[in-house]
Structure formats: C-alpha cells, structure tokens
Design a protein around this ligand. Sequence first.
Ligand SMILES: *[C@@H]1O[C@H](CO)[C@@H](O)[C@H](O)[C@H]1NC(C)=O
Ligand SMILES: *[C@@H]1O[C@H](CO)[C@@H](O)[C@H](O)[C@H]1NC(C)=O
Ligand SMILES: *[C@@H]1O[C@H](CO)[C@@H](O)[C@H](O)[C@H]1NC(C)=O
Ligand SMILES: *[C@@H]1O[C@H](CO)[C@@H](O)[C@H](O)[C@H]1NC(C)=O
Ligand SMILES: *[C@@H]1O[C@H](CO)[C@@H](O)[C@H](O)[C@H]1NC(C)=O
Ligand SMILES: *[C@@H]1O[C@H](CO)[C@@H](O)[C@H](O)[C@H]1NC(C)=O
Ligand SMILES: *[C@@H]1O[C@H](CO)[C@@H](O)[C@H](O)[C@H]1NC(C)=O
Ligand SMILES: *[C@@H]1O[C@H](CO)[C@@H](O)[C@H](O)[C@H]1NC(C)=O
Length: 462
Amino acid sequence: MFSQKIWSLVFNLICSLLLLLPNESLSSPLSSSEPSLHSTSLNKRYNEKIYNIKITKESFAPDGFEREMYLINGQFPGPTIECNKDDVLVINVENCLNEDTTIHCHGIFQRGTPWYDGNPGETQCGIPPNETFTHKFNVNQSGTYWYHSHSRTQYIEGIVGPLIVHDPQDPYIDEYDEEIIILLQDWYHTDSKTLLATFLSPESQGVEPVPDNGLINGKNSFNCSAAPKDSVCKDAPLAGFNFVQGKKYRLRIINTSTFSAFIFSIDEHSLDVIEVEGMITKRHTVHRLPINVAQRYSVIVEANQPKAKYWMRGEMETTCFAQQNPNLNSLVKAVVSYAGCDDKDPSSKAWSDSVKDCVDLDASDLKPYKTQNVPDVDHKIKITISFQNDENNITLGYINNSTYKIDVKYPTLNKVFDGVTTYATDQNAFVIEKCEIIDLILNNTDNGEHPFHLTAQTCQTI
Ligand SMILES: *[C@@H]1O[C@H](CO)[C@@H](O)[C@H](O)[C@H]1NC(C)=O
Ligand SMILES: *[C@@H]1O[C@H](CO)[C@@H](O)[C@H](O)[C@H]1NC(C)=O
Ligand SMILES: *[C@@H]1O[C@H](CO)[C@@H](O)[C@H](O)[C@H]1NC(C)=O
Ligand SMILES: *[C@@H]1O[C@H](CO)[C@@H](O)[C@H](O)[C@H]1NC(C)=O
Ligand SMILES: *[C@@H]1O[C@H](CO)[C@@H](O)[C@H](O)[C@H]1NC(C)=O
Ligand SMILES: *[C@@H]1O[C@H](CO)[C@@H](O)[C@H](O)[C@H]1NC(C)=O
Ligand SMILES: *[C@@H]1O[C@H](CO)[C@@H](O)[C@H](O)[C@H]1NC(C)=O
Ligand SMILES: *[C@@H]1O[C@H](CO)[C@@H](O)[C@H](O)[C@H]1NC(C)=O
C-alpha cells in the first residue's frame, strides 16, 4: 500500500508556516480505510502503550473561579501520557464536544506518520463531534513534551496534558530519585471565543488579551473580590509538591501558556538544567529559569535544605504585556513541603538573580550532552515575521507579507498525497527537495517574542 515510495520532508511551524515537498507521486494513506502505518512490523519490535482520552466541556474552577471549560477524562490538566523511547503510542481521542477538535503531540516528530500530527487544515480534518480518532505512532525520541488541542483556541481552555518519553539509556538516569511534572500556564476567566473575537477586532489594535491568573499544575487561588458579582468564586488551594530531604528530583517543567512567559524558581534551591525540549544538555545551574510558551526544561533539584516549606514561584513577565490587568497577581505560587516539616506557611526567600526581561535563557549556556556536528546546508530559507493590519484593520500575523488561511476541508497533507506541487500564496508553503538540509532563518520584526516550532518531520523511505 505504501510500497517503496519516498516520503517528503514535511514540516510545519506553528503560526502557519508550512514547508513541504511532494517529490514523486505518493500513494495516499489518507484515502485508505485504515492508515495503519506498517503496524505489523512495529508491533513485533516495540511495546504498545494505549491511552483513551475523552474530551468534554464542563463547569470547573481551577483557581476557585467557576467557568465552562474543557476537561480530559474529567480532569485538568489532562492525564499524563508516557512511554519509553521506541514504544508505539496509541491515543484514542473521543470528542464529546459539540464542535470539532484535534490532538497535537507537541514536539513529537511523527517520522513516517505525519497524518497523526493533529493539525487541522494541515495534516487532518477536525475530529467531528461524537467521533473517535486513533493516533498510532512510533516514538523514536525521548524527553519532555505535551499534548494539546490544535483546534482554534481550545487549548487555552483546558485541552492540555503532559507527554513524557522516558529513555532507559538517559545519561542522567542515576542522578535523580524521582520525577515531578510541572505545568505552568496563564489562565483566563473569559471564554476564549470572546477573547479571540476581541483580539481580532479593529479596536484591539493587535493588543493581546491579558490573563486573569496563572496556574501551576492547574491550580492557584484567586482574590474573589475582583470577580464579577454574578460569578461563582471561592478559595482554592495552591499546588503542593513533597520533597524528602536528601533526595534528588528531576522536574519536568512545561510551559503550556498562551501568552505569558514565566520565570520559574524554588526558593533556596538551585536548578540544574539537563534537558531542553528533548535535547539532553550538560548541567547548567540557574536559580531563576525563564520559560516561554510551549518550552520545556528538565532540571535536577536536590532537597538539600532544612526540613521546611518553600515557595515554588512562577513569575509572569508582565513587563512584556502590551496592556496590564490590575487584578492579575503575576506571582503564581505553589508549596514545596519537606517530609517531616511543620505546618507553617513557607517563610523562604526568593532568589534575586537578575534575569533579562522577556527573553529566553541564553542558548549559548546550554551545551548538548553529546557533541553533534552541524551538517552542511543545501540552502537557506529566510522568512520575515511581522504583524500587520489587513484591509479591515484587523491585526494578523504575516510570513513574508502573507497571512495564512486555514483550508479546513482540504488539509495540506492531503494535497501532498494528491500530488499538488504549487500552493496558493496564503498557504505559506515552501517546497524543498526530499531530505534536503536547510537553514531556516526567522527574522521577527515584531516587538514581542514569538516562539516557533517544528512538527511532523518526515524524511524516510517506507
Ligand atoms: C452527540 O451525541 C449526543 C449524545 O448522544 C447528542 O445529544 C448530540 O446531539 C450529538 N452531537 C452531534 C453533533 O451529533
Ligand atoms: C531512530 O532515530 C535514530 C536517530 O535519529 C535513527 O538512527 C534510527 O534509525 C531511528 N530508528 C527507527 C526505528 O526509526
Ligand atoms: C483582595 O482584594 C481586596 C480588594 O483589592 C483587598 O482589599 C484584599 O486585601 C485582598 N485580599 C487578599 C487576601 O489579598
Ligand atoms: C510561558 O510562555 C509564555 C508565552 O511566551 C510566557 O509569557 C511565560 O512567561 C512562560 N512561562 C514560563 C513559566 O516560562
Ligand atoms: C522572504 O522575503 C525575503 C525578503 O524579501 C526574501 O529574501 C526571502 O527569500 C523570502 N523567503 C521566501 C522563503 O520566499
Ligand atoms: C483603519 O484605522 C485607521 C487608523 O485608526 C483609520 O484611519 C482607517 O480609516 C481605518 N480603516 C478601516 C477600513 O477601518
Ligand atoms: C513586505 O511588503 C512591504 C511593502 O510592500 C515591503 O517593503 C517589504 O519588503 C515586504 N517584506 C518582505 C519580507 O517581503
Ligand atoms: C530583519 O528585518 C528587518 C526589517 O525588515 C531588517 O531591517 C533587518 O535587516 C532584518 N534582519 C536580518 C538579520 O535580516
């Protein structure tokens, strides 16, 4: 069925850049009834981990403020999906909403299985209401990832969860005792359809809505005196983490924010960065770790302080916001409690190391654990990122002066399989040769930071 055809390199970047190249005519697994991806050989070689996730919309109050939001298997954040490197991951997504949805496994390359990348309009059509969609793919990478809805703004209202790929050969495996997952995100009390409509109106002038709160593992408190009169709001607990003195923890920190960057720290404890988005690094010690939207870090923390409680802090970088929310408490806290400590609130001291406003950790401080040679490039693709007003004065994102238009009915990948080689300008598709190595040079001309990411990378013979 897929015979000896060559896959093209398909990658796409969030913010709608798409690079792809269909080269020879490709047989289309999308038109076959069951895109089972050479599963017989996979099943022979690898273990299979199966997850069933059911997406619903319900009333919930992560920070004590009740609102309608999305839950996965009745919980928020969604359940942890985890497997070992080289396992096959099967994720059955049941859509119990009255709108379509998708699930994107953020950072997973999907080599050989781009149709499971969960990008509506690019790699698939949305999963219709009351339907189940099965993702099944080989995970040939390790590290800290997350999964989220890629449909409209659904992820900012709860369709998020951690995805962890363990590597039995991880060089740091003997240097920590336990793993702890930490999700940081901004949180809004207004539904995202309203926020998006406000943002995409001439009145907003491109100024992004600001969050009402921030959450650590889906929790925080909110000062209900700032809640509208007719709302339901009550005290809610902070997230808590338990340490045992003398133990070492690998914290897997995932920024599932929409807008707000955080500076993460634990009072009086150092953080040794050992992984950046799947790449194992040499140890790099910091006290305050800036983490941008969708970024992930693993840090090793040693519980080497007196038995007590300590604040874990996620400081939202509000200086990067174009407007301010007077009710926002930008310091998101959680409590780290040592076993055997007394019940008093933490009285720990925050680290005071200065961190540059609104920029990432200096990448030159992060050295890959294993030296890798940078291959020669075949050519360079330069793109300019800007925000501009369209003819109706609505601020949109542009790549080389072209704003992307989603084609929900005919996803790009289907076009690739149908042998389409030229794309409309508003598809922002850049066609490259099979297995070419390119430098992608992004020139961000906006005054805000814009993280980009690569997905559905495929370059192999199947
Ligand atoms: C989905 O199923 C529910 C419960 O059976 C039903 O009420 C609803 O109308 C269905 N939605 C769609 C779009 O078919
Ligand atoms: C996994 O990835 C490595 C490194 O990219 C590659 O050498 C290997 O062939 C891949 N294995 C499979 C089963 O795809
Ligand atoms: C909540 O906000 C009100 C009004 O700003 C303020 O008076 C009160 O002290 C705040 N409560 C707490 C616990 O911070
Ligand atoms: C998460 O990313 C958002 C968006 O860039 C950023 O504003 C926020 O500070 C980040 N949070 C953390 C903890 O880094
Ligand atoms: C984007 O625009 C720049 C400047 O005009 C140009 O040099 C570059 O080749 C364009 N990129 C692509 C991929 O077309
Ligand atoms: C867009 O905004 C500018 C400046 O505010 C105004 O002069 C212009 O009339 C607006 N155009 C439209 C189409 O609304
Ligand atoms: C975008 O359009 C403007 C105005 O026409 C032009 O000056 C600029 O060079 C273009 N940028 C790119 C990257 O093509
Ligand atoms: C990025 O774009 C700006 C505005 O078009 C231009 O002035 C600058 O030279 C570009 N930078 C690079 C490195 O190409």
